[in-house]
Ligand binder design. Structure first.
Ligand code: ZN
Length: 383
């Protein structure tokens, strides 16, 4: 099968993060088996999703690991010119959900399997396909320990998120909270006896504004200075609550997200937030004991720190010829591989501008560049 035929198959599985990806994983497992490669699965706690990994070639250390996620963002409410689950070529582009982010790279990695098997590999090609990347990089930390335990450790990890084949050596980490403020309803004319969940949520969100001002006023570290913006950011993107203009709100829900410069302590940021929650909750309960603030923390995703003489960076740069410095403010699984002890970079075809959009596409020339890149990766494994 060509890389494009594989891409067509992968896109046809509507693996939105909220749904099972097992049909896709079954297909990939069969594909690998048809080439005599056995795959390992790691299920999530629900058993409805799985990551998959495989070793192609000799079981020795020092190989190259290509990693991609299998889930995609929803298409709900988006206006698509063609069926998002059918790869459609128009104007030198392949349209379809996930073509760019990132089943295109997944397809290239899988298409490399028969190429690698024809060759006299000295070191292995390894492939890791994860689930639930789009909902907080949940799958990778479940599968990475199994890869480390089962396979000889690869020297370089390439996470093929769309980077226009630039070699991205750093990205921010992230975490966040789902917050539920529980107030006490009362007619707003008597608001001094009620607790408005909306107004107390506003205090917590405004604390986020103050944190931003504090962080932004600091002189950025050399590492932070690489990023735009060169500091950690706190953000609320959604809020909901209250029932009427004259009732103190009983409930308010909002999300609170962080994008953290690599090297900064994510847990410390989270601890500051929790301390503020405790302080405000005590003040609310002084008004009414039923009031409270419930927080549910998201999985912290580590940032990717630029490495010194990193094997992954050296490999990707030597193949792409890209010597520019690229860091991005979105998170990927590369930080998780690095945290587990791998050398890792982000390098993949397509532009992040197309990711998550209606009419998502990968340009054919980018797909071809990605294909050439993966072939060169295989070449290097024969040296
Ligand atoms: Zn992605």
């Amino acid at each position: 099968m060509t890389a494009r035929e594989i891409l067509e198959r992968l896109v046809a599985f509507p693996t939105v993060s909220r749904d099972s990806n097992l049909a896709l994983i079954d297909w990939v497992e069969d594909y690998l088996a048809s080439h005599g490669v056995s795959a390992h699965r790691v299920y999530d706690p629900t058993g409805q999703k799985a990551s998959l990994f495989a070793n192609i070639g000799p079981e020795v250390a020092g190989g190259t690991l290509l990693s991609g996620h299998t889930d995609v963002v929803p298409v709900d409410g988006q206006d698509w010119a063609s069926d998002p689950w059918v790869v459609t070529e128009r104007d030198g582009r392949l349209y379809g959900r996930g073509t760019c982010d990132m089943k295109g790279f997944d397809a290239l990695a899988l298409a490399a399997v028969p190429l690698a098997l024809e060759r006299d590999l000295k070191r292995p090609l390894q492939i890791v396909l994860t689930h639930d990347e789009e909902v907080g990089c949940i799958g990778a930390p479940l599968v990475i320990p199994h890869v480390l335990k089962t396979l000889p450790k690869a020297a370089a990890v390439i996470v093929g998120e769309p980077s226009m084949m630039d070699c991205v050596t750093g990205h921010k980490g992230g975490t966040g909270f789902k917050v539920h403020v529980r107030g006490v309803e009362i007619h707003s004319s008597m608001m001094h006896r009620g607790v408005s969940a909306v107004m107390w949520a506003a205090r917590l969100i405004d604390w986020g504004n103050q944190e931003n001002e504090r962080l932004w006023a600091e002189t950025p570290s050399d590492l932070a200075a690489l990023f735009d913006p060169p500091f950690t950011t706190l953000h609320t993107g959604m809020i909901q609550g209250g029932t009427a203009h004259n009732i103190t709100a009983g409930d308010c829900w909002f999300d609170f997200g962080y994008r953290v410069v690599p090297g900064e302590d994510i847990e410390a940021h989270m601890a500051r937030f929790r301390a503020k929650v405790a302080e405000l909750e005590a003040q609310m309960q002084a008004i009414h004991p039923d009031a409270r603030i419930e927080v549910e923390g998201r999985w912290p995703v580590p940032g990717l720190k630029p490495e010194t003489d990193g094997a992954a960076e050296t490999l990707a740069r030597s193949i792409t010829g890209d010597n520019g410095r690229h860091v991005v403010s979105y998170g990927t699984e590369a930080g998780q591989f690095q945290e587990a002890g791998y050398s890792a970079v982000v390098c993949g075809p397509g532009s992040i501008d197309q990711a998550h959009q209606p009419d998502e596409y990968i340009a054919l020339d980018q797909f071809a560049r990605g294909e050439a890149f993966v072939r060169r990766v295989v070449d290097r494994l024969c040296d």
